[in-house]
Ligand binder design. Structure first.
Ligand code: NAP
Ligand code: ZN
Ligand code: ZN
Length: 347
């Protein structure tokens, strides 16, 4: 066992504190990663605060992880010491079910093993990336292209793949009108990726305060959802809407913005149910859908796509002792557009 520095929540209501956690010994198929940077996802906040259900504490979160391989097990073939690598939201899956066999480990029928709060193969609870090292089985470790700055790339491991996967699945591209609701961590990546795929991109944000940024990131249009006219002007307009909002919104108002056969995909994960008026779905034969991260193959494809298109997340680098302050800023939508922890400050 390896004892490593980390930040952990002692309970659902207390701030995160510096501590140590245990990592398992490096097994034959495992890779030991010295973590360099870890992104802060809103899911980390939902989880540590118990909003998605009770948790076991102390709890270390973080599933946007990049670092350097410092040791490999005897049977590892995919990575070697010194490689730049990444780990996202899952660290294993059953590998046998129909979904795993088709590269959709994120939809493993037995449930993928989450990077934190999941029961690992050895019965321990997995602990996430706000720490100096992690041990992960090689198939769930991604290659990080050199072309993307190392201190900015971490958010691709969750925010990047969570938006890339539905944009690809629902064919965002030339001739398609795509709306992104909420321009935070996921939203700003959705804008960049949808633009790179060739779609006409519209941001629907609470206010126009981030309009200049949105247009720079690749949006063609930018509207405030606090303006009633937005919902009449854009009625029956979009082929695809990606909803990244972490809170409950009136989803029926947004469904009405879909044109014939349009789809609204919710990737935002508010704890409460979203009530849907079915008559809104009847109009224009609309679809309401959800999407969860992406498979390992698709995550590698997304990283390579971002490298090819010069896409990197917009980030604010913080020291480990600023995590709690960063959480408060995320909750106020005061994030431009992802906080990344410099893990060197934990060592
Ligand atoms: P984030 O950075 O906080 O962004 C969320 C954005 O939603 C905010 O920037 C804000 O955008 C908008 N928003 C927040 N509160 C709102 C409200 N009350 N009404 C309307 N809009 C509001 O969070 P994130 O890290 O991108 O994560 C977003 C959500 O996705 C979270 O619920 C997270 O758990 C979930 N998630 C899901 C998956 C998945 O696999 N499906 C993966 C990762 C994250 P504006 O300021 O532009 O309005
Ligand atoms: Zn996440
Ligand atoms: Zn499976």
């Amino acid at each position: 066992m390896l004892t490593v520095n980390a930040y952990a929540a002692p309970s659902a209501t207390e701030p995160l504190v510096a501590t140590t956690i245990e990592r398992r010994d490096v097994g034959a198929k495992d890779v030991l990663i010295e973590i360099a940077y870890a992104g802060i996802c809103h899911s980390d906040i939902h989880t540590v605060r118990g909003e998605w259900g009770p948790q076991q504490y102390p709890l270390t979160v973080g599933h946007e992880i990049v670092g350097v391989v410092t040791e490999v097990g005897a049977d590892v073939t995919l990575h070697k010491v010194g490689d730049r690598v990444g780990v996202g939201c899952m660290v294993n899956s059953c590998r046998e079910c129909v979904n795993c066999l088709s590269g959709n480990e994120n939809y493993c029928l037995k449930g993928n093993t989450g990077t934190y709060t999941a029961v690992d193969r050895d019965g321990t609870i997995t602990q996430g990336g706000y720490s100096t090292h992690i041990v992960v089985v090689e198939d769930f470790v991604l290659r990080i292209p050199e072309a993307i700055p190392f201190d900015k790339v971490a958010p691709l491991l969750c925010a990047g793949i969570t938006t890339y996967s539905p944009l690809k699945h629902w064919n965002a591209g030339p001739g398609k009108r795509v709306a992104v609701v909420g321009m935070g961590g996921l939203g700003h990546m959705a804008v960049k990726i949808a633009h790179a795929l060739g779609a006409e991109v519209t941001v629907l944000s609470q206010t126009l305060s981030k309009k200049d940024d949105g247009l720079k990131l690749g949006a063609d249009h930018y509207f405030a959802t606090s303006e009633r006219a937005t919902f009449t002007d854009l009625a029956n307009h979009f082929d695809l809407i990606i909803n990244t909002v972490s809170a409950n919104i009136n989803i029926n108002h947004y469904l009405k913005l879909l044109r014939l056969n349009g789809t609204l995909v919710s990737v935002g994960a508010p704890p409460e149910p979203l009530p849907i008026q079915v008559f809104t779905l009847f109009g224009n034969r609309r679809t309401f859908a959800g999407s969860s991260i992406g498979g390992i193959r698709e995550t590698q494809e997304m990283l390579d796509f971002c490298a090819e298109h010069g896409i990197a997340p917009e980030t604010e680098l913080i020291a480990a002792d600023q995590i709690n302050e960063a959480y408060e800023r995320v909750l106020k939508s005061d994030v431009r557009y992802r906080f990344v922890i410099d893990v060197e400050t934990m060592k």
